[in-house]
Design a protein around this ligand. Structure first.
Ligand code: PRP
Ligand code: URA
Length: 206
């Protein structure tokens, strides 16, 4: 399932992250705000259960989230979506996956993994702003499936059609939430028009 977030404020911030003149601080702040939109949409499906709460006046029937939520950030760029996710779900458990795309082969290499316990009851929100070939997201989904997760939602900001097609074909049950679908991948595996290298722009590396 593919969800494209549509909101004037989100579109506004996408213009800021695409703009080459945005410095790292401006870029990270806009990513944070976009993260609020995509993380809200990525948690829209969560089941709830009724609960009774005593207000100062009487008992009220409320609903609370019925599943343990796990946020998994793909390092490095996924860190920008982790804070907005935790703002929305302060009680989420957090995992980290370090994946680096080899510039020549475009294959992801894993250099770090630290995940909380996962099982079929966990609702996992996988965080990475960029889905280009889809290789990094696919590697992350494989790790999550091996670790016992079944309910997985990928929250991203820009996705290439090639990456979406690959992920949808390999993982039909994966939910993908993105703020935009771009035109194409170029020969170097960059998303066009894109925003460049998200990690480098966020953290001032090259
Ligand atoms: C970027 C991005 C994704 C990946 C997307 O990370 O954050 O993880 O590339 O490309 P793909 O869909 O073709 O796999 P990168 O490997 O550049 O690492 P970084 O975040 O540390 O810069
Ligand atoms: N990773 C990025 O950060 N940007 C791209 O365009 C492709 C992969």
């Amino acid at each position: 399932m593919l969800i494209v977030v549509e909101h004037p404020l989100c579109s506004h911030d996408i213009a800021i992250v695409r703009d080459r003149r945005s410095d790292s601080a401006t870029f990270r702040r806009a990513m944070h705000r976009i993260g609020l939109h995509v993380c809200l949409a990525a948690t829209q499906h969560l089941p709830t259960q009724p609960t009774n709460v005593e207000t100062p006046l009487e008992e009220a029937t409320c609903s609370i989230v019925a599943r343990p939520i796990v946020a998994v950030a793909i390092l490095r760029a996924g860190l920008m979506l982790l804070e907005p996710m935790l703002e929305l779900v302060p009680g989420a458990r957090v995992g980290y996956l370090g994946l680096r795309r080899d510039e020549a082969t475009l294959q992801p290499e894993q250099y770090y993994r630290r995940l909380p316990p996962l099982d079929e009851r966990s609702s996992v929100v996988l965080l990475d702003p960029m889905v280009a070939t889809g290789g990094s997201a696919a590697a992350a989904v494989e790790v999550l499936l091996e670790s016992g997760a079944r309910d997985i939602t990928l929250a991203c900001v820009l996705a290439a059609p090639e990456g979406i097609a690959r992920l949808s074909a390999s993982y039909p049950a994966l939910r993908i939430v993105t703020a935009a679908i771009d035109r194409e991948l170029d020969q170097r595996g960059y998303i066009r028009p894109g925003l460049g290298d998200a990690g480098d722009r966020a953290f001032g590396t090259e």
